[in-house]
Design a protein around this ligand. Sequence first.
Ligand code: PLP
Length: 392
Amino acid sequence: MIRAMNDGRFRTPSPEIRRTSTVLFDSVAQLRATLRGWRSGDRRYSSYATHGTPTTAALERLLLAGEGGAGVELSSSGLAAITVAMLAVLRSGDHLLVTDSAYGPARDLCTGLLRRLGVDVEFYDPLVGAAIAALIRPTTSLIWMESPGTHTFEVQDVPAIVAAARTADHKVVTAIDNTWGSPGVFRPFDHGVDISVVALTKYWGGHADLVMGATFATADLIAAVRETVLLTGACAASEDAFLVIRGARTVDLRIREAGERALVIAERLAGHPRVARVLHPALPADPGHALWQRDFHGSSGLFSFELRRADGSPADQADADADALTDRLIARGRFGLGYSWGGFESLVMPARWSGLNRDVRPWTGGALLRLSIGLEPLEGLWSDLEAALAEG
Ligand SMILES: Cc1ncc(COP(=O)(O)O)c(C=O)c1O
């Protein structure tokens, strides 16, 4: 359904792009009323572009409808949204539990900036489940999840982790990077998670033409999230917000379509002699399949597979095989070689060029290639993959 967001007689399906730094006031009385309204958390009031514009506010309404939560704050990138979520909760001396399977730059944020600020960072096994209770200390203030995990696609037992956090003697906030599952594939707030972070750069934007992030939170945490965005100035721009609004019109269709195509390709790869293993939780053989079936409403278009050499032996991480396969695949024209994902275009990335850093659960398997399946005709994508695998 198209809902008009503008006032006045010329009503359009999409909001205007309100490009500005400054908000002009007709009087000091109006300035005062604006500041009062804004301080009360009413998003119709803004006194400066970093506090939001009508365009970013329109996007926030669409995002909340798709992801849930009591409120959302936009940031300039997915990584900025992760930073905002963490800084909103953590104080010097706090203990932070981070899944070992977290997105690489989020790990770097923890080991770099947060440690420097006095946060005690500990990585935990993504498959820990209810046993995370034993890792919670009196100083633990935040448990960071990402499910499925970056590159290795471990599914976390989110309800068990949330339950452990809730039974702790003090408040332990749970947060998840839900970029793989947003919107609709995984609904963190239905499982009691306090904060969800989504890189809008991926499915919500969907067209590989912007970076933006969103931090969603429950009612008791959204004020701290908002304060952190304001303190850091990590805001998003109207022009990009307009593009995400455009992406939001089709995001449900695109994520479902990419997910269905990816699953067909994952199933075919699983039966291919050059493939040792496919890491995709919707496949019945995947170790995370039971949790995925219980908690997810589908899957998106991103998964990995582990390569076998032509003689059938496992290709190791540093093997040139994965690089050579990647070059053959992109030469056929339908896949691009690039870091992002979740867009209309299919992409491949050998995991070793993206960093497979792990502290607790090192990857001991062979060379991993990550595929982001886009919206190109399925048989064309498969024929490029099949040909690239056959040529090696
Ligand atoms: C799981 C995940 N979270 C967050 C991000 C960060 O998003 P951005 O590129 O907008 O900073 C990425 C980017 O690849 C990602 O894969």
